[in-house]
Design a protein around this ligand. Structure first.
Ligand code: HPA
Ligand code: ZN
Length: 341
């Protein structure tokens, strides 16, 4: 890749739509929080933790992700975590981020819903005040937990804080989206947006189910759609966004390499693909690193980079007014770089 394209990708105003807040917990911060909260970890140094981050598959990752999340206990912890991520966003020119969080594990450890929201919302307010960066929160349900109390949990969350929508994450195989039909119906009735991880490790049938049973508006990952041509045609025709996370897919063995990824194929098939970072503290890079490395490996250039950003803005859950502002900002940026808009 030319240095100019890498610099363009860094400087371009970007949106992040697939980012797990707990997946931004860098080893140094994890160890610091573990010490102050008296949580034991199997690592003594950040280097030891980083060395342990080799994952045979999604479950291998989820086990370490849950282990790290145990270090988050107080309002201050959630504030620091979110603020560190938003500071990264400033460095990377991420101007709008829709952030997933997984409350079920925290609640099970005795963290109150209000504690979680208080910390995260203080960080959201501060980054908006200081940098004009907009953020939204998406409450994710972990699909390998029971669906039984999820509607109550959603109601509790809506009283405690502000969310823009709900999502579905964690171990996909053996946990089809339909299990969460009721809570997704409740979210729709509350006017909330809906998104679900599907077709990362699970089959194309799970993508169909996320769309048709859960009425998901976006699909997280969705890369296995190419195994079903009728599904690819359906996604293309309706421009249903797929939030693709290349470094995650390689780290979890969904693809053997960035060169072997199907991003270029999805793009050429006319799908509304966007690129994101998933769990950057675990997978070796934030949004700019994902874009730079996957575009180079897939031999994609400026035309595709711009289209990916436009797809991302169109796919966002923020207000129509904010989306129009993001499109204007991107167009102004491209003009200033002499790139035809
Ligand atoms: N997949 C599923 N669940 C997750 C992920 C992921 O990549 N990251 C955090 N929870
Ligand atoms: Zn994810």
């Amino acid at each position: 890749m030319s240095g100019e394209l890498a610099e363009l990708l860094r400087a371009m105003p970007k949106v992040e739509l697939h980012l797990h807040l707990e997946g931004t917990l860098e080893p140094e911060m994890m160890l610091r929080m573990a010490a102050r909260n008296h949580v034991s970890l199997p690592y003594r140094t950040a280097a030891e933790a980083a060395r342990a981050y080799r994952f045979p598959n999604l479950q291998g990752f989820l086990d370490l992700y849950a282990l790290g999340a145990r270090c988050l206990v107080t309002e201050e912890d959630f504030y620091e975590l979110a603020m560190a991520y938003f500071s990264r966003c400033r460095e990377q020119n991420i101007v709008h981020a829709e952030v997933f969080f997984d409350p079920q594990g925290h609640l099970a450890r005795g963290v109150a819903m209000g504690t979680l929201f208080a910390g995260i919302e203080a960080a959201r307010d501060r980054i908006f005040r200081e940098a004009g960066m907009t953020t939204e929160l998406v409450l994710c349900f972990e699909r390998d937990r029971p669906a039984a109390n999820t509607v109550e949990l959603l109601e509790e969350a809506c009283l405690a804080g502000e969310i823009v929508g709900i999502g579905l994450d964690s171990a996909e195989r053996g946990n089809p989206p339909g299990k969460f039909r009721e809570v997704f119906g409740a979210a729709a009735a509350l006017g909330l947006h809906r998104v679900a991880h599907a077709g990362e490790e699970g089959p194309p049938a799970y993508i169909w189910e996320a769309l048709q049973v859960l009425q998901a508006e976006r699909v997280d990952h969705g890369v296995r759609c190419t195994e079903d041509p009728a599904l690819v045609a359906y996604l293309a025709e309706r421009r249903i966004p797929l939030t693709v996370c290349p470094l995650s897919n390689v780290a979890l063995g969904v693809f053997p390499s960035l060169e072997a990824h199907n991003l270029g194929q999805l793009f050429e098939a006319g799908l509304a693909v966007t690129v994101h970072s998933d769990d950057p503290a675990y997978f070796g890079g934030y949004l700019t690193e994902n874009l730079v490395s996957v575009l180079a490996a897939q031999q994609m250039g400026i035309r595709e980079a711009v289209a990916l950003q436009r797809n991302g803005i169109d796919a966002a859950f923020c207000s129509a007014e904010r989306k129009a502002g993001l499109h204007r900002q991107l167009s102004g940026f491209l003009e200033s770089w002499g790139i035809p808009v």
